[in-house]
Design a binder for this molecule. Structure first.
Ligand code: 499
Length: 333
């Protein structure tokens, strides 16, 4: 009766609350795949009753919700792309009843970790991509989330070149609000970079919490190296313990990428000659030389605060939100 019981607790797709979806995703990551191999249909928990229409316990891909490759406004038509997250491909999804457009990240069940969802389910903030639901279908976990239809900042940089300072200020301010909220819950994102910042018409949001961790003390001692090299802080590379300030450093290197079109280091140390940048990040002073020539004095001092080598002296998100660089006096606007 154990199997039958588990079957009926997970049968079909239903609306639920955050504890329900956390229980569901923990079940997924603990359940052995053989048991999940022969499920008759999709199973899942949806948080968003308003925009997702479940019909008699069904929420079928290609029937109740359609998946598309993203078509970017500034990309030539037809080049629909499927951006890759840390462990999954991200599609545009549209509920066929409500017409709501969402992002849908597909993670193969064997790669799925409850952590992918836990932070996004438990933490809600305007500048963190909202989780709408999770559905297991055909051995693949489908995570439905708030969609940044303007694409990621990386796509924008690749397509439109370096951003102007007022655009960078607009993005930096919102990501700092998201980081201030995350860090107030002792959560480290661990992968702040242009491809994990997505754009909507009225805001920028953080995505991809696959590497996020919650600190229990005021230092996190890593078991593995998490993040993307170019944006990593010196203390993270050293692997002797770090804290939420590592995200602030990664925002600083991301801003250098936004203003110059390239991540720090690569112009001075070409990728062809340097397979890894970890040693450079550890040995060299922070990459202030890679700050754009036309960077304003206030933004330059803002970046120095983000890229301070000593995390204890590096500014926090709350402190940076008061910086004049992102609060220009009115006549500047
Ligand atoms: N790794 C990851 N985990 N969650 C997300 C995510 C949640 N909502 C989203 N909205 C848009 C995009 C996106 C990324 N690159 C793009 C290029 C074109 C259009 C859209 C995008 C990604 C997401 O991404």
């Amino acid at each position: 009766e154990m199997v039958a019981e588990e079957e009926d607790t997970v049968s079909g797709v239903r609306y639920g609350t955050v504890p329900d979806i956390l229980a569901f995703v923990n079940l997924l990551s603990s359940m052995q795949t053989p048991l999940l191999q022969h499920l008759p249909k999709e199973i899942g928990v949806l948080l968003n009753k308003k925009d997702m229409a479940v019909k008699k316990g069904r929420y079928q891909i290609n029937i109740d919700v359609l998946l598309f490759a993203w078509r970017l406004t500034y990309k030539n038509p037809g080049s629909g792309l499927v951006p890759k997250g840390s462990f999954g491909k991200v599609h545009l999804a549209q509920d066929t009843t409500t017409r709501k457009r969402m992002a849908c990240k597909l993670i193969p069940l064997e790669n799925f970790k409850a952590a992918d969802v836990e932070f996004q389910a438990r933490l809600r903030h305007d500048n963190i991509a909202e989780l709408f639901g999770a559905v297991l279908w055909d051995q693949t976990v489908h995570l439905f989330m708030e969609a940044g239809e303007g694409g990621s900042v990386l796509e924008k940089l690749d397509n439109c070149g370096p951003m102007r300072e007022f655009e960078i200020i607009w993005v930096a301010k919102q990501i700092l609000r998201g980081l201030e909220y995350l860090h107030s819950h002792n959560v480290i994102h661990h992968d702040i970079k242009p491809s994990n910042i997505v754009l909507m018409s009225d805001k920028a949001v953080l995505v991809d919490f696959g590497l996020a961790v919650q600190m229990t003390e005021d230092v996190y001692s890593p078991r593995d190296l998490r993040g993307t090299e170019m944006y990593m802080s010196p203390e993270l590379v050293l692997c002797r313990g770090h804290n939420t300030k590592t995200d602030i450093y990664s925002l600083g290197t991301s801003i250098i990428h936004m203003q110059t079109g390239s991540p720090p280091w690569v112009r001075r140390y070409p990728r062809t000659a340097y397979p890894s940048y970890l040693y450079i990040i550890h040995k060299q002073a922070p990459p202030l030389e890679d700050i754009a020539e036309d960077c304003s004095a206030s933004m330059r001092s803002f970046l120095k605060r983000c890229l301070e080598r000593n995390p204890a002296l590096r500014s926090s998100a709350s402190e940076l939100l008061k910086d004049e660089a992102i609060n220009p006096p009115r006549e500047d606007q």
